[in-house]
Design a protein. Structure first.
Lengths: 560, 351
């Protein structure tokens, strides 16, 4: 593989000497206190903002939704007293009707619910388990890699390949390390595969950073092995079944308090994996908003500007091959256009399937590159090596000033929301800017659009239904267009709008070959093939569409 | 007495043109105002005579020629300068601005940023990134994010006479809208809020095109049927172009859209109307521009709008014809004939 030769990875020293210093360790040492603080803050917020409902209505709605969840969608990970807890709440609410001190009782019930949620959400980080988990992952991955790369079962104990050879880290790694010392980092990666969180966990370790906390779907905790690793790696639990305001407020408060306390955090701001294969173009604002709130709160509590600054670091993960691609794209095509409740359909619902997935990934997956973006403040201004926000004219901005009205820090939720929306747009722009174009993405893009142009009268769905046998491109035609599109990419790169993998440069025939060999290389049906007669064909147009989508958002379609 | 809400800092107005001065006078009823002009003679004469452009200046207004002083003292600033000077004024102001500043502009024009050595006459196609509204210029040139704009039927001369008028304060931020309302609202000046900043800016900008056309109809001595036709079709054209440039339809249906359009299209006081009127009377564009005291934004807007519409395949017959009248010596009468023969007859197609 060509991209293998792009250079050996650097080894980074940990930025904090002992794990004792890690923010996440400090958090877990004060778990009880933390949960109390979260509960109190969430309670105050829920009491203050009534959303046009009385507290009783809010409680009744929550009760109804929770009972529905328990009945319709129970999970192995749910606590045993789930039913009895909510049943008790139900009876208490019934008893309260007409009672004199109803409102104080209702508040007490609200507190109990919040505290239950907070306990459920809060992670259970243990540094001994973290180390162990990390070693297991490291060891396991290394063995798997060597077994497949060198070949044969015996090779399983050779040390020729390490994860570092397989995963390229590009971009602002050094700055990220600096920022993690200066302040609190909120890392926001693109999300294409279930492997992303493990991958990012690995990157964080390689870069010598302390563990980050991140929200992991509660469904993943159904799988024992995964639950063990995730708890150890600083995950807190997010239950997507629970959509009631009390739960959501508690969840957001957890994230806000943790960030405020200095825990580096990881959000996948797209919410779920990109089903289309496109880089996220709109982000979920909920968790990003908690970072905004945390920053404002830090500024309020530290009038002398000695509070920690929060840095947002966008990250893109670039794959030649996403194992879930065929399923994801099928899913995307079937739900596109209709917002409907999405029932999480897991590719691996048991430990066995999970391990199988990992084995497949590490034995089959081709190289991966992770691009680390420029650190920014919460308004999307780039920061320099000292963590100062810099405006486009090169002047230093005091981020605090964004939260000031009439000379002092003011709480203005609408303004925070607007800032969060602005930040999300900038993160999307940065994603596209740091995205590294692989040959595989570009061949998929070129081939798909050539075919699409040929059948320009068909809409997307009819087009995708064409029999694959009918789709053939002469190599010479393909080559010509590919070179044009590659030129466009180089122009974009020059304008600083995208990054380009080293292997994309050079002899076009070699680049095309690299691309075609690598794009979705281990799917049973290959998205692109080059026949001996010099014809380009596909075995799976949907998957080709998926890989082609990676180049969406650069306005390149107009070249066809 | 200054209300506590507005804090006790003065409010800044940049630009002592007729609209800037009118706004300063309205603001001065509630708060201290610093009025900036880059002409030292003007600053001096306002300070000494307390009269400017034949209008008396409120006692709460202090003229100044020091833009950094104004920025340091004022958290809320109203830049009201012609679009052609807007960017350079912002560049001058920018070093003294901080993210806590609120800027509410009152300029109804567009800024154009072209690559390299191109200008509007040589370039054949423009994209949205080449055309900026004033709020985008503010964002481009400064760290300010709390940005708003004023737009609506507010002819400076009528406002100075305390006749009823209204404006829209548009901003993404509630805070900016509230500040704008608190500062400007009085018994004869109604203030509405709107969240569609770009839409409201575009409504104010694009209506100037129709105002020129309306002046031309008037100059030809045509009656109310023709005007009704122009205003309604002009509206449709504004909406199509406005949508193509990132505004939403509702912005064009309110005070800043229809309200301002009807006003300007009927007002012999309006500068853009005057341009059209005199064109129809046979004056050349150059003669008209040379003899005008203040800038008619519409002329520049026609040029940009036509180019933009062509680049993005938006049908804009009125703008197209006006362009030819203004820059290609087409006779107004001929232009009118062309429009009447235009083969498009769907009434409403934007809802």
């Amino acid at each position: 593989m060509k991209s293998n030769q792009e250079g050996k990875q650097k080894i980074y020293k940990p930025i904090l000497a002992g794990t004792q210093e890690w923010p996440v360790v400090r958090l877990s040492n004060n778990r009880k206190q933390l949960i109390e603080q979260i509960s109190e803050e969430a309670f105050q917020k829920l009491i203050k903002v009534q959303r046009g409902h009385s507290l009783r209505e809010e409680l009744e709605t929550t009760l109804y939704l929770e009972k529905l969840r328990i009945k319709k969608n129970p999970w192995a990970v749910d606590p045993e007293d789930d039913y009895s807890f909510w049943n008790k709440i139900k009876h208490e609410l019934v008893d309260l009707v007409g009672s004199k001190d109803a409102s104080s009782k209702e508040e007490e019930i609200l507190r109990r619910i919040i505290s239950r949620y907070a306990n459920e959400i809060a992670g259970n980080f243990k540094k001994s388990r973290y180390k162990l988990a990390r070693e297991i992952i490291k060891f396991g991955f290394k063995r798997l890699l060597n077994a497949t790369r060198i070949g044969g079962f015996k090779a399983i104990f050779k040390n020729q390949y390490t994860l570092n050879d397989k995963i390229q880290i590009k971009g602002k790694a050094k700055q990220l390390r600096k920022l993690a010392k200066l302040g609190t980092v909120v890392m926001v990666p693109t999300h294409f595969s279930n492997l992303d969180s493990i991958l990012i966990g690995w990157i964080i370790h390689v870069l010598g950073l302390p563990a980050f906390i991140y929200g992991a779907g509660l469904n993943l905790f159904n799988i024992r092995i995964l639950a063990y690793f995730m708890e150890s790696l600083g995950a807190y639990k997010v239950d997507r079944r629970k959509k009631n305001p009390i739960y959501l407020e508690t969840l957001k408060t957890y994230s806000k308090v943790a960030i405020e306390e200095g825990a580096h955090s990881l959000f996948f701001p797209g919410g779920t994996r990109s089903r289309s294969g496109k880089i996220e173009n709109s982000l979920k604002l909920g968790l990003l908003g908690t970072a905004m709130e945390a920053q404002r709160s830090i500024f309020t509590r530290h009038p002398n500007n000695d509070g920690r600054k929060i840095f947002v670091v966008p990250v893109t993960i670039n794959y030649n091959f996403v194992l879930e691609a065929p399923n994801l794209i099928k899913n995307y095509l079937s739900i596109k256009g209709q917002e409907r409740y999405y029932v999480e359909n897991d590719e691996y619902s048991t430990s066995y399937k999970m391990v199988k997935f990992l084995v497949k990934f590490f034995t089959k997956g081709s190289n991966i590159s992770v691009s680390i973006g420029h650190g920014m403040d919460l308004l999307g201004n780039y920061v320099d090596g000292d963590g100062n926000s810099i405006d486009t004219k090169g002047r230093i901005i005091n981020t605090r000033h964004y939260f000031v009205s009439n000379g002092e820090i003011a709480v203005d939720e609408q303004r925070d929301q607007e800032y969060t929306r602005k930040l999300s747009e900038i993160i999307v722009r940065e994603f596209h800017r740091i995205n590294r174009v692989f040959a595989s993405h570009l061949v998929a893009f070129t081939a798909f659009n050539l075919w699409k142009r040929q059948y320009y009268k068909l809409d997307l769905y009819d087009f995708l239904r064409l029999p694959e046998e009918e789709l053939v491109i002469d190599y010479a035609d393909f080559r010509e267009t590919f070179i044009e599109i590659r030129e466009c990419i180089f122009k974009l790169k020059k304008a600083n709008k995208v990054e380009v993998a080293g292997h994309l440069k050079g002899n076009p025939d070699e680049v095309i070959l690299t691309g075609i060999t690598n794009v979705g290389m281990y799917h049973s049906k290959r998205p692109l093939l080059l026949s001996k007669e010099g014809k380009i064909t596909t075995q799976d147009l949907n998957t080709l569409y998926y890989y082609h989508n990676r180049m969406d958002g650069y306005d390149l379609e107009k070249e066809f | 007495m200054i209300s506590k809400k507005n804090s006790n800092r003065p409010v800044g107005v940049i630009g002592a043109g007729s609209f800037g001065t009118a706004i300063a006078n309205i603001l001065a009823e509630k708060t201290e105002v610093l009025l900036f002009s880059r002409d030292p003679g003007m600053v001096k004469s306002i300070a000494e005579t307390r009269v400017h452009r034949d209008k008396s200046i409120h006692k709460n207004i202090t003229p100044t020629g020091d833009i950094s002083y104004l920025a340091n003292l004022c958290d809320v600033i109203f830049p009201i300068v012609p679009s052609s000077a807007f960017r350079s004024v912002l560049q001058q102001l920018s070093p003294y601005l901080y993210p806590y500043h609120i800027l509410i502009h009152g300029t109804k024009g567009l800024d154009i940023l072209l690559p390299g050595n191109k200008d509007l006459n040589t370039i054949t196609s423009i994209d949205r990134e080449n055309v900026m509204t004033m709020s985008e210029v503010i964002m481009d040139e400064s760290v300010v994010v709390r940005i708003g704009c004023l737009a609506g039927p507010n002819i400076a001369k009528e406002m100075s006479a305390n006749q009823p008028a209204a404006t829209v304060v548009a901003s993404h931020y509630d805070e900016v809208i509230t500040q704008g309302i608190n500062l400007l609202r009085n018994d004869y000046f109604q203030v509405y809020g709107n969240k569609d900043l770009i839409g409201i800016e575009l409504a104010g900008v694009l209506k100037n095109i129709i105002a020129i056309a309306s002046g031309a109809l008037s100059g030809l001595g045509l009656g109310e049927n023709a005007k009704g036709l122009l205003i309604s079709r002009g509206m449709v054209e504004m909406i199509h172009l406005g949508k193509a440039m990132g505004g939403n339809v509702p912005a064009f249906l309110g005070v800043a859209g229809i309200g301002d359009l009807v006003t300007t299209s009927n007002s012999t006081m309006s500068r853009n109307f005057t341009v059209g009127y005199r064109l129809a009377k046979g004056d050349s564009l150059n003669t008209i521009l040379e003899t005008m005291e203040e800038v008619a934004e519409g002329v520049n807007t026609v040029q940009i709008a036509k180019l933009y519409a062509n680049s993005h395949k938006v049908t804009v017959p009125i703008t197209e014809v006006l362009y030819r009248i203004l820059f290609e010596d087409l006779k107004v009468e001929e232009g009118l004939q062309m429009l009447m023969k235009f083969p498009y007859n769907v009434d409403i197609d934007f809802l």
